[in-house]
Design a protein around this ligand. Structure first.
Ligand code: FES
Length: 243
């Protein structure tokens, strides 16, 4: 365990645990969008900025990427911190103005409007990289990547082509805080338009409803060391529960 101060009070944290997690664990409401406790930190949205004093040196830094250590002095709401976070929120709001999650977070931070206009640039993507990391680290498929540099930087499958190794699990859609990814199921196929990905759907042998993309079933069957029996995957979860 380590001892550190946050906004002048003493707290404990795990050595190496990032300061955002230490703060959240101790009830500090530090805004964040690109952090997920089950993924490696990326430091992309810069909403979690804090001020850290280590010895003689004070820096403005992203708390999600700063490992906790003994004796740090952390400040979560100095005027500089709030000003920098506000600017980042204005940029994010301009990138994804129609995301209800981002609107709500902006509202909590007192940001009602933005002077910027980037809407067409990333079509709602805030470039937080959550989808890229979730696909790589949680699913193990790794079909997404950042391409281009500067303002043109965007997330896409390699070469912008349909990623044939995408299994259609939808994890990227679920983790996206900007709501810029959509997944649509028809009786024949699942579509994730942003990745130009279309997959055939497996139909439940009992109720005959489509329930999972075929590549996802193939992935489950060959993926873990102890995959479920193929018969188990021939039915949808509802029919499986009915026995
Ligand atoms: S949550 Fe730390 S930079 Fe996004």
């Amino acid at each position: 365990m380590i001892n550190l101060t946050i906004d002048g009070k003493n707290y404990k944290g795990e050595k190496g645990e990032n300061l955002l997690q230490v703060g959240l664990n101790n009830g500090f409401d530090i805004p964040h969008l690109c952090y997920h406790e089950n993924l490696s930190p990326y430091g992309g949205c810069r909403l979690c900025l804090i001020e850290v004093t280590r010895g003689e040196r004070t820096t403005l830094t992203t708390s999600c990427t700063y490992p906790g250590e003994e004796g740090l002095q952390v400040k979560t709401s100095t005027p500089q911190v709030l000003k920098a976070r506000r600017l980042m929120m204005e940029i994010i709001l301009a990138l994804a103005p129609s995301s209800s999650h981002i609107q709500s977070l902006a509202g909590k931070m007192g940001v009602e409007r933005t002077p910027f206009n980037y809407q067409k640039e990333g079509e709602g993507c805030i470039k937080c990289g959550l989808c890229v990391r979730a696909c790589e680290e949680l699913v193990g498929a790794g079909v997404l990547t950042f391409s281009h540099k500067g303002p043109q930087r965007k997330v896409e499958p390699p070469f912008g082509e349909e990623p044939k190794n995408c299994i259609g699990c939808g994890t990227c859609v679920y983790v996206c805080p900007a709501g810029c990814l959509t997944m649509e199921d028809t009786p024949q196929e699942r579509k994730i338009d942003r990745w130009k990905r279309r997959m055939e759907m497996k139909t439940c042998q009992k109720c005959h409803q489509p329930y999972m993309p075929t590549p996802q079933i193939e992935y489950i069957l060959k993926g873990p060391p102890d995959p479920p029996p193929e018969k188990w995957l021939s039915c949808c979860p509802i029919c499986r529960r009915k026995g």
